[in-house]
Design a protein around this ligand. Structure first.
Ligand code: AN0
Ligand code: CP
Length: 317
């Protein structure tokens, strides 16, 4: 594997889960693989988990790590070609990317949806420029439409906790005060479509995800119905995906918050969320603090997912 921008690039999911299990049980088995190799992590947006877990994963593989927060201390970057640069942006991404590539062997990029033009977001303009101009393997640390390292960690977590071969997994929309990208739910749906689990997406009318990601999932607009018999409840907010209201917040219905009453409808389900989460908007205090909440082991598995992917990329160098 050279670039990693979608969970589909893992290929055979069972093999990838087995590789992840090996990495989790033997975190220092490949300490020489990354010797004298440098990872550059470029953040256009904030991060806690991705920043720390990916750095830890790289250190476990013996790599050196450089982190660049583009909005803190670097030059403001223009991303559009053809613009007369007479504004506040001092440097163009088209120079900055190959320069970054000159200082490292592998690049991780976090660049969220900007909600300016849906086309630009859904064509992953920024991430693809890194692939085209850096000359290095590039992996996504959450881009405009996908968050594959998160999805891989989610799939590893479900694999560890599932009690039956075909668990019912319900991804439910939940309210949030600000517009959030569709990257996490798109990517989770893409990943669940690689399994044969019973996969249901629950969201209010107007919040359906792009069909490219929904795949074979059953989409329901009644959360209570969807939750019945669930083994895993995966909560997430996202803004409107459809072109006519792209990136807007049309619904803040607190009846979609995942509470103990909602969890009582399930088959004693585990609760999952990628974090960061707003308590008592997305999920109530008692649910996230309950013994059925997997949010901490799920976050811990981010090291495993990043290390498994980085290991494959290093092997391709
Ligand atoms: C981001 C999102 O929803 O995509 C990152 C999640 C990993 N969340 C926020 O911006 C709060
Ligand atoms: N889940 C996740 O990617 O968290 P961060 O935004 O803190 O990296």
């Amino acid at each position: 594997m050279r670039h990693f921008t979608s969970i589909r690039q893992l290929g055979d999911l069972n093999k990838a889960l087995a590789a992840a299990k090996f990495v989790k049980e033997n975190p220092f088995a490949d300490q020489s693989l990354g010797k004298n190799r440098t990872l550059l992590m470029v953040f256009f947006n904030n991060s806690l988990r991705t920043r720390l877990s990916t750095q830890k994963a790289a250190l476990n593989l013996g790599m050196n790590v450089i982190v660049l927060d583009v909005n803190q201390g670097a030059w403001k970057l223009e991303t559009e070609r053809g613009v007369i640069m007479d504004g506040d942006k001092s440097e163009h991404l088209l120079e900055a990317i190959p320069v970054m590539g000159a200082y490292c062997d592998v690049i991780g990029v976090r660049s969220f949806a900007r909600f300016e033009k849906r086309e630009d977001d859904y064509q992953e303009v920024v991430l693809n420029q890194f692939i085209k101009y850096s000359g290095r393997p590039v992996f996504s640390m959450e881009a405009a439409t996908r968050h594959p390292l998160q999805t891989f960690a989610d799939l590893i977590t479900i694999e560890e906790y599932r009690k039956n071969r075909r668990p019912k997994v319900v991804m439910t929309w939940a309210p949030h005060p600000k517009a959030l990208p569709q990257a996490v739910p798109n990517s989770f749906a893409e990943g669940l479509n690689m399994t044969d689990y019973d996969f249901v997406i629950a969201n209010p009318e107007g919040y359906d995800l792009d069909l490219e990601f929904v795949g074979n999932a059953k989409v329901m607009h009644n959360q209570n119905e969807a939750l019945k018999g669930a083994d895993f409840v995966y909560a997430k907010n996202w803004s409107v995906a459809e072109p006519s209201h792209y990136g807007q917040v049309l619904n803040r219905d607190m009846d979609w918050t995942v509470t103990a009453d909602k969890m009582a409808l399930t088959n004693d389900a585990f609760f999952m969320h990628c974090l960061p989460v707003r308590r008592n908007m997305i999920v109530s205090d008692d649910v996230i603090e309950s013994p059925r909440s997997l949010v901490i082991p799920e976050a811990a598995n981010r090291v495993v997912s990043a290390q498994t992917v980085l290991k494959e990329i290093l092997k391709s160098l």
